[in-house]
Design a binder for this molecule. Structure first.
Ligand code: FE2
Length: 135
């Protein structure tokens, strides 16, 4: 069973963002499945790298639109993105250097962070973007 299941209540009412969030959820599920299947370090490392790079791509994409439309809570939102990016990049680095393992705690952290960020922080921009014509 997947660690995290996407449903309509994850929607932030902006199509591109929803699709990118689905991809992030899929990557976390992929990591979970690979771990459960006892996959080796190389495969797990690849998924983590993809997760970090896709996270950066997605955050940049969101932030670009926030800047473009002068979203008032941009800075506060960016701080959350930066903290997560720093944490996950640090984990990627530690994992690749044998200083960290992918534990249940790591997976729970990723899952909880993404759910909370989408459902609380991201949803704060839905109305703003929609009324600016971004759907
Ligand atoms: Fe966000």
């Amino acid at each position: 069973m997947a660690l995290l299941t996407w449903s309509g209540d994850f929607s932030v009412k902006v199509n591109d963002f929803d699709n990118q969030h689905i991809k992030l959820v899929n990557l976390i599920n992929e990591l979970h499945a690979a771990m459960k299947d006892g996959k080796g370090k190389e495969i797990l490392g690849k998924i983590i790298t993809e997760l970090v790079s896709y996270t950066k791509y997605h955050f940049t994409y969101e932030e670009k639109l926030m800047i473009q439309h002068k979203f008032p809570a941009y800075l506060k939102h960016k701080v959350e993105h930066d903290e997560f990016t720093k944490k996950v990049s640090g984990f990627e680095n530690d994992y690749k250097h044998g200083k960290a393992v992918i534990s249940q705690e790591v997976l729970i952290f990723l899952k909880d962070w993404i759910v909370n960020h989408i459902k609380v922080t991201d949803k704060n921009y839905s109305e703003f973007f929609n009324s600016a014509g971004v759907n």
